[in-house]
Design a binder for this molecule. Structure first.
Ligand SMILES: [Fe+2]
Length: 383
């Protein structure tokens, strides 16, 4: 991918949510929620993606993830009515008052609210038909990673002035790039908010809740195993993209030209307890209610462990009944794997006083260069 990193220009403003931003009022939604129950016949509007790129096509060894499927093209998932209902729940006063998180990477994220006060969104992502669609595209049977991760929302609102400024910057940059004979997308590599990284959870489903007509950018750039960069279009309203984000290096490209951009990111893990779970909490610890996050993480991992121990017991008994020799080596290997499973949990559950709210550490970043740059920026900010 060609870059325009050598061109100098003032950075395009980051998506901005004003401190006094009132979600419901600013985006013209009502706080009076009439109760709508999720109905798959009414609210799912699914057409399979035109293409699902395999891990192999992306140059990753199939064994590196939990599925042979890597990423989908955007596909229609929800009806207009479902999206309107989700917007109403997400932009309610209660969600903003109780579940809004900010970090150095994003000024407004709504997290963990679904079980508490967004029944439609919660039921949508828990419904067997929704999960069947997601699982089919992912190529592995999936469930939401944890309730806390149902319906994570990234929200950016631009004033008319910011919107125009960003667009002008982009046009100016594009012109300069043409003048100087540099090709490539002019907006995509300008001090990215989040650089190349892998996600905390095995799979994500990104759903668009905003009308993206007239917006430019918003794609996801993926780094293939051989270093080559490819882009997947961002979803339009009601559409979704599924990505095996824990294993594929990616970064979000800026979207310009809209007045709001609300995307919902729901994270998933394999349903089967036998499949490996490489979930980390790196990117989510600083933007979570730690008690809730740790409880849910420990709860599902302990359930996995219970299933595994129960299955191991059954296998040992069955083998003995069938007069097979005892497989000592297999037992030792199983024990070792579960020790590693618990050690992994211990590492991810960082003592509360060592987690700084809003500060994501650098372990999710791939590029050493970017880690250095970020630590320099932090030093300047402290000084
Ligand atoms: Fe990501």
């Amino acid at each position: 991918m060609a870059t325009v990193g050598t061109l100098s220009s003032t950075p395009i403003p980051d998506p901005l949510v004003h401190p006094d931003f009132d979600g419901a009022k600013a985006l013209g939604t009502s706080n009076t929620l009439e109760k709508v129950s999720f109905d798959p016949f009414k609210h799912l509007n699914h057409t399979p993606p035109s293409k699902v790129y395999s891990m192999e096509e992306l140059g990753y060894p199939e064994s590196c993830g939990v599925s042979p499927n890597g990423v989908s093209e955007p596909f229609p998932l929800f009806s207009a009515e479902a999206i309107q209902q989700m917007r109403k729940e997400v932009l309610s006063d209660e969600v903003f008052a109780k579940w809004k998180y900010s970090s150095e990477l994003a000024q407004c994220q709504l997290r963990g609210y679904a079980a508490d006060c967004a029944p439609f969104i919660y039921d949508t992502w828990k419904h067997p038909e929704t999960l069947a669609i997601i699982s089919k595209i992912a190529g592995v049977d999936l469930v939401p990673a944890m309730d806390f991760e149902i319906g994570h929302v990234n929200l950016a609102v631009y004033s008319e002035e910011e919107k125009n400024k960003a667009l002008n910057e982009m046009v100016e940059k594009a012109n300069r790039a043409t003048d100087e004979g540099v090709s490539g997308c002019p907006w995509e590599d300008d001090d990215p908010i989040v650089d190349w990284h892998t996600d905390s959870y095995p799979f994500v489903c990104v759903t668009m809740l905003s009308d993206c007509t007239g917006m430019i950018g918003g794609e996801t750039a993926l780094r293939k195993g051989n270093g080559e960069v490819v882009k997947v279009r961002g979803p339009q309203m009601g559409y979704a993209v599924i990505l095996q984000g824990r294993y594929i290096e990616h970064r979000a490209l800026r979207a310009l030209g809209g007045s709001e951009r609300i995307s919902m990111v729901t994270s998933f893990r394999p349903r089967a307890s036998l499949i490996k779970d490489d979930t980390v909490l790196t990117t989510v610890r600083p933007i979570s209610d730690l008690g809730e996050l740790y409880l849910q993480f420990a709860e599902y991992r302990f359930e996995m462990l219970q299933d595994r121990l129960r299955d191991a017991n059954k296998l040992m008994r069955d083998q003995q009944r069938a007069r097979r020799p005892f497989d000592t080596l297999r037992l030792k290997q199983f024990i070792r794997e579960q020790i590693e499973f618990l050690e992994h949990m211990d590492k991810e559950i960082v003592q509360d006083d060592k987690v700084v709210a809003g500060m994501v550490d650098d372990s999710h970043l791939i590029s050493e260069e970017l880690k250095l740059e970020r630590s320099k920026k932090r030093r300047v900010a402290v000084a």
